[in-house]
Design a protein around this ligand. Structure first.
Ligand code: SF4
Ligand code: SF4
Length: 455
């Protein structure tokens, strides 16, 4: 594949000597500055009022832009060769991400059981635990991945249920993975975990340090009172204070924490996000990332959009160095397909059945493979073939082809497309644009600007 994204002028799609504006340019005026941003190249320029007005007024007419400015615009992908069809870049980006064979993402559910009783959880918390036989099969699978596949990174993500209920299983498998990978200087093991954060203690922290754990994802449902109302343990205990204490311990031990805050209009209006951010004012924030996610059962309102903006500005004022992400999928530097779309990826459930997506009922009938006693996955070839046939799904939708967000969003995932793509209103229902501030370009560009000037 050509390296067009880095060597734009010599790209294989460059076939003319005339220039045009990129279809992925966006221009925004904020209260005291103007930004020009390109969603394909993630390039950002602060421009003065005169240039902003000129571009708005002259559109495709590039004749009056002086050569120096023009070269900057060409180098950053704002002005492109007339022969280029930028959709091909997006397809390349998509396929590169799906067929990336340098990393393998292995998601493991040691259990589907949980110590919490959240009313909205879609998972069926039946008593379950990975058996010693399946543990052995997972270890063999990891060994096969490391020794037989030409990968540089093995990313093991622990999921569930609440995975820390069986931290002994996590420790056993991770220790083995670390042992096998330590024979290879050119291969790296990265462990991360999605947990409710309640069961973290010093002993677990020490064990996890041993096994190359890097990142924890922990969720809060608002500030103390609201969180405690929603997220009690099965025994009815409040959980907020313990989780905050545990997050601080993790950060002080040099783990990265992605703190996901589920928000509603009430949570934004009551200033809960600022109050939570304030609970971390006494620690080093470089390892803390705040990820704001709307509670999925509700729709966004106009009021929520405004409140969301205000919350982000307020957090920035209180905590200058805090890293706020609006969605890991839309973060321009990480804009790749969801793990579920990648070929080098599998979700292994506690019972050995294998899936591609985590947003699924982990039933045998939804599985697309099974882990065998020799540590390989028997994929259901028919189901896999169906996935491959529709890659990339965005080419089927005019709305995506015309969308300036496409290089960041990359359209629907193959899982959703396979489940519902034949319905007439599929793309309208799926498309997050206009329904979430995460897909609000003006907001995204402003955040990019703050990130760039803070780093
Ligand atoms: S539904 Fe799609 S985006 Fe969501 S987890 Fe599954 S594969 Fe990923
Ligand atoms: S799903 Fe929506 S936001 Fe994403 S590329 Fe398609 S039209 Fe754009």
């Amino acid at each position: 594949m050509s390296n067009c994204m880095n060597d734009y002028k010599n790209c294989k799609y460059n076939i003319s000597n005339e220039y045009k504006l990129s279809r992925y340019n966006v221009y925004f005026k904020y209260s005291d500055f103007n930004l020009l941003y390109n969603t394909l190249h993630d390039s950002l320029l602060k421009i003065n009022d005169k240039t902003y007005k000129y571009i708005k007024k002259n559109g495709e007419n590039l004749k009056k832009i002086d050569d120096e400015k023009k070269n900057i615009l060409i180098d950053n992908g704002f002005i492109i060769n007339k022969g280029i069809n930028e959709i091909n870049f997006v397809k390349d980006k998509y396929l590169k991400s799906v067929y990336d064979n340098k990393s393998y993402v292995l998601i493991i559910n040691p259990t589907m059981d949980c110590n919490f009783n959240c009313w909205y959880c879609y998972e069926n918390h039946k008593k379950s635990k990975m058996s010693p036989e399946t543990i052995q099969n997972v270890k063999k699978f990891i060994k096969n991945l490391i020794t037989k596949k030409d990968i540089s990174n093995l990313i093991i993500s622990w999921f569930g249920g609440e995975p820390l209920l069986y931290n002994d299983i996590i420790y056993e498998i991770s220790k083995e993975a670390k042992k096998v990978i330590s024979n290879y200087d050119n291969k790296i093991l990265l462990n991360d975990i999605t947990t409710n954060g309640f069961l973290i203690n010093e002993k677990i922290i020490e064990k996890f340090k041993e096994c190359n754990f890097k990142r924890f994802q922990i969720t809060l449902d608002g500030y103390k009172t609201k969180h405690n109302k929603n997220r009690k343990t099965k025994n009815g205990e409040n959980t907020y204070n313990t989780i905050i204490k545990n997050i601080k311990s993790l950060i002080n031990n040099d783990f990265k924490v992605c703190l996901r805050i589920n928000y509603t209009e009430e949570i934004l209006e009551d200033g809960d996000i600022e109050k939570i951010a304030n609970d971390f004012k006494d620690i080093d924030k470089k390892n803390l990332e705040i990820d704001l996610q709307k509670v999925w059962q509700i729709e966004h309102t106009k009021k929520m959009y405004d409140l969301f903006d205000k919350s982000i500005d307020d957090i920035r004022n209180i905590n200058k160095n805090i890293n706020i992400t609006q969605s890991y999928q839309l973060h321009p530097n990480q804009a790749t397909r969801c793990y579920g779309d990648k070929m080098n990826q599998a979700v292994v459930n506690y019972d050995g059945y294998v899936f591609k997506c985590t947003n699924v009922k982990f039933d045998k009938k939804n599985s697309i493979g099974k882990l065998t006693d020799s540590g390989i996955i028997n994929w259901d070839e028919n189901k896999m073939l169906k996935r491959k046939r529709f890659i990339p799904p965005f080419v089927k939708f005019e709305k995506c082809i015309a969308c300036k967000l496409l290089p960041l969003c990359l359209g629907p995932c193959s899982e959703m497309f396979l489940r519902k793509g034949d319905k007439e209103d599929f793309i309208e229902n799926y498309c997050p644009k206009g329904k979430s501030p995460k897909f609000d370009l003006k907001n995204l560009v402003k955040n990019q600007y703050y990130e760039k000037i803070n780093n």
